[in-house]
Design a protein around this ligand. Structure first.
Ligand SMILES: Cc1ncc(C[n+]2csc(CCOP(=O)(O)OP(=O)(O)O)c2C)c(N)n1
Ligand code: SF4
Length: 336
């Protein structure tokens, strides 16, 4: 085509662009729609750059659209609950209930059963909580919800520690990370290698209808996964990586970049699975060494410098390489 005849492009698609009102309506982000619910309204008390606030806002607004606003959310104790509902105020503009720290999945199962008993099949239920509330204390209730195939979408906002109570290690804290309970001292500083659990894989082992991971770097992808999940019935699980500037010791403007680096290094595989089988993975666009992700975070500062730990960096890289192999995160023919 003659270059002079090329149509002017006002926007790009398939890039990192979040939303653009110049796109065709079906390609726009829910957040680009002026009629979005604003489920988690402004005025809450999350830290600047909080990935959990961002993830919750996108996820719940997308769920509202997918359910024609017929949604009830159950929230475990944790940052999201605390910063959004300092008594007697709330930022939630949807029916929302605070459960205990460890029983959000059970409360949501009860809410879903109540809707069924009341003859309201169109009212849908989401449970949500942090990684501590999900992978540790709430894990029994969550596994029960999966096993019974209760009609609930459970969303875990994974900031990789118990942030609300001062950054204690959870079973989702990565190895080598400094937390209040895994100090950056000794021969092997930070969280131990070989511990923790991978709850998306454990959810898949329950063979529930849908399991997915996402990050706040790909907000279109996150919305699409919520929409897909709300189109299904039965137990569904969405695990979203949400950087936490306070706990990670990162700059508030680096939240999206870090989420992207977690994916691009292979440390956080982004995929979907149905009934226990992986159905789609998000390929790495430009593979990067794990240092690129770790360096901007003070929770990993002890790995670098004159007294650093190159052997631990190598172990972390080996973990990322394993994810890449296990989930097929590189395109065929790309450098291994
Ligand atoms: C049974 C019980 N134990 C401990 C607490 C104290 N507590 C409140 S929030 C919280 C940490 C939440 O961590 P997480 O679930 O990871 O969510 P985040 O704050 O990181 O989003 C803890 C330990 C509690 N509320 N209930
Ligand atoms: S401590 Fe972390 S998760 Fe909690 S509000 Fe602040 S940035 Fe968000």
């Amino acid at each position: 085509m003659d270059t002079l005849e090329q149509p002017v492009k006002f926007y790009q698609t398939g890039t990192f662009t979040v939303g653009n009102r110049l796109l065709a309506e079906d390609q726009r982000s829910v957040q680009a729609d002026m009629h979005r619910t604003n489920s988690l309204n402004s005025g809450h008390r999350a830290c600047q750059g909080c990935g959990e606030a961002l993830g919750a806002r996108y996820a719940i607004d997308a769920a509202m659209v997918a359910t024609s606003n017929q949604l009830i959310a159950v929230n475990a104790t944790g940052c999201l609950e605390v910063f959004s509902t300092p008594y007697p105020e709330t930022s939630w503009q949807i029916p929302w209930i605070h459960s205990l720290f460890g029983n959000a999945a059970a409360v949501a199962s009860g809410v879903a059963a109540a809707q069924r008993a009341l003859g309201r099949p169109n009212v849908r239920v989401i449970a949500q909580g942090g990684d501590g509330g999900t992978t540790d204390i709430g894990f029994g209730c969550l596994s029960g919800m999966f096993e019974r195939n209760d009609d609930v979408l459970y969303i875990c906002y994974d900031n990789e520690a118990y942030m609300n109570t001062g950054v204690q290690r959870s079973s989702a804290t990565p190895p080598a990370a400094r937390t209040a309970t895994t100090m950056a001292v000794g021969k092997r500083p930070g969280a131990e290698f070989g511990k923790g659990k991978n709850v998306p894989l454990i959810a898949m082992a329950h063979e529930i209808p849908y399991v997915a991971t996402a990050t706040v770097a790909d907000l279109h992808d996150l919305e699409a996964k919520v929409e897909h999940a709300m189109g299904l019935h039965g137990a569904r699980y969405l695990h979203i990586l949400v950087p936490c500037p306070l706990g990670w010791g990162s700059a508030s403007h680096d939240t999206i970049r870090l989420a992207r680096l977690a994916r691009e290094t292979g440390l956080f595989p982004v995929f979907e699975a149905e009934r226990g089988e992986v159905t789609r993975v998000t390929k790495i666009r430009r593979r990067l060494p794990v240092e690129e992700y770790l360096r901007p975070q003070r929770r990993f500062a002890h790995l670098f410098g004159a007294n650093g730990h190159p052997e631990m960096l190598a172990q972390l890289q080996a973990g990322a390489d394993r994810n890449i192999r296990r989930f097929g995160l590189l395109d065929e023919g790309a450098a291994p």
